[in-house]
Write a protein that binds this ligand. Structure first.
Ligand SMILES: [Zn+2]
Length: 214
């Protein structure tokens, strides 16, 4: 987001190096604009080996498929946000369970960066119906996914299988994320993104482990 005027005193902001980066700063009152990451939440619901996906009815990535999910509101709890998004987009009341994955995302189209949280969820009640940002819903076998909107959703589905899949044949097919990402996301960029993100996640996991064992 580009800020032109101070939200506190309406003076024109200046771009000044502050706390390690060039940021919009108010020369009159000292306000500094720190851009915060947006947080998205999504749910993986699997029935009879099929995952529930929605066809996106709005940009970004309109016309591609994604997990039910969306932006967290300020002050909302993460699982409550995931359950709300699932209800809004699918009409289903869900119980939000284990955290599957945390990763970062980048939306160059709208110049936003953020953090994605993915949870496993169980359907408690309701009949699936597409609503809100979603034009259509579908249950997809895990080796017949449609074109996916977001690399992070693919990672979440793969994580689900890593953690929950009981059938080892299905599990092995799904652990080959790098192999399938280009087909599902339409380009080598996606493959690079997934490899890089997985490597970054592995590195940060290593860092946390080292700190804990000191
Ligand atoms: Zn100001």
């Amino acid at each position: 987001m580009n800020w032109n005027f101070c939200p506190r005193c309406a003076t024109r902001l200046q771009l000044i190096e502050k706390s390690g980066a060039v940021r919009p700063v108010c020369p009159a009152c000292g306000f500094v604009y720190f851009a915060d990451p947006k947080v998205t939440v999504c749910v993986v619901m699997v029935r009879e080996g099929k995952v529930l996906l929605g066809l996106r009815d709005m940009e970004p990535q309109k016309g591609k498929w994604c997990l039910p999910g969306g932006f967290m509101d300020y002050g909302e709890q993460v699982r409550a946000a995931a359950a709300r998004e699932a209800l809004e987009e699918t009409g289903l009341t869900v119980a939000v369970g284990d955290l599957l994955m945390v990763t970062d995302w980048d939306d160059p189209q709208f110049n936003k960066k953020g953090i994605a949280l993915a949870f496993a969820a169980e359907i408690l009640s309701g009949t699936p119906r597409a609503d809100d940002d979603v034009a259509e819903l579908g249950w997809f076998a895990l080796d017949e996914l449609p074109e996916m909107a977001f690399p992070s959703d693919l990672m979440a589905i793969t994580e689900y299988h890593r953690q929950f899949a009981l059938d080892s044949g299905t599990k092995n097919r799904w652990l080959d994320l790098e192999g399938m990402a280009p087909n599902l996301l339409g380009g080598e960029d996606a493959q690079e993104w997934v490899s890089r993100t997985r490597q970054k996640n592995d590195e940060s996991r290593e860092t946390v482990w080292k700190r804990e064992s000191d």
